[in-house]
Design a protein around this ligand. Sequence first.
Ligand code: FPP
Length: 264
Amino acid sequence: MVPSKAVDSNLNNSITSLPNELDPLRIPTHIAVIMDGNGRWAKSKGLPRTMGHTAGVDTLKETLRLCSDWGVKALTVYAFSTENWSRPAEEVNFLMTLFERVLKREIMSMKSQGVKITFFGDLERLPERLRELIAEATKETLSNKGINFNVCTNYGGRRELVLAARKLAEKSVKGDLDPSSIDERMFASELYTSEIGDPDLLIRTSGERRISNFLLWQLAYSEIYLTDVLWPDFDDHELIKALADYQSRLRRFGGLEPTQSQQL
Ligand code: FPP
């Protein structure tokens, strides 16, 4: 069913109501997305790969809007991995310029729509102009109370774990921390996601079946939804399909279903 649009008088913005087939009480709190297939999408249309990334931005904007409208509290997307530097310089430069252009264009609308944007990753290596825009967007939206939009840029899951281990080791060496007191909670508090928690649902597009160094710690118990659809084609119908699939699953976190427990 195509979701209907309604006017939200507070924001004076069009919001899309939740489709009937989705249960409002079982919307995932945190969704993570590996936005894959931009290059193949462009190639299939005889376009340069870079056009796939530009189209991917439109999909991302729409996904963010729908997640916000439907009550998702956090959306974390993989925009650029620590491995993506190995792509041709022309494509890397295009992506950096695209991030700058999109951020510059969207800061004010994210601010007014309550989106809180945060960047996960090693930002030091990014071009200076992009770092400035990241700092500005983060600051401008810091006190927003709407959806947390986390953009993983020069992000690697292993690197995040190493940095967390390093921070704990430094505290121990200083005498501020007893190593035997380190537990999962303390470790998680050193990760980028310390304030938002783990994703309930991971979506990966384009038919790939890997985690690709994304949120290695945080995905431990996430439900995984894989689709052959290429990211620029991942529209509202595809998002509804992913959410309906998520809602059809029983999350046991390693335990048993209540009926199985009764059979013991
Ligand atoms: C993977 O497709 C996609 C990327 C490496 C870039 C994703 C970035 C965006 C959608 C733009 C996001 C913008 C902002 C401002 C956050 P691919 O190039 O690996 O596609 P392929 O597997 O078909 O080659």
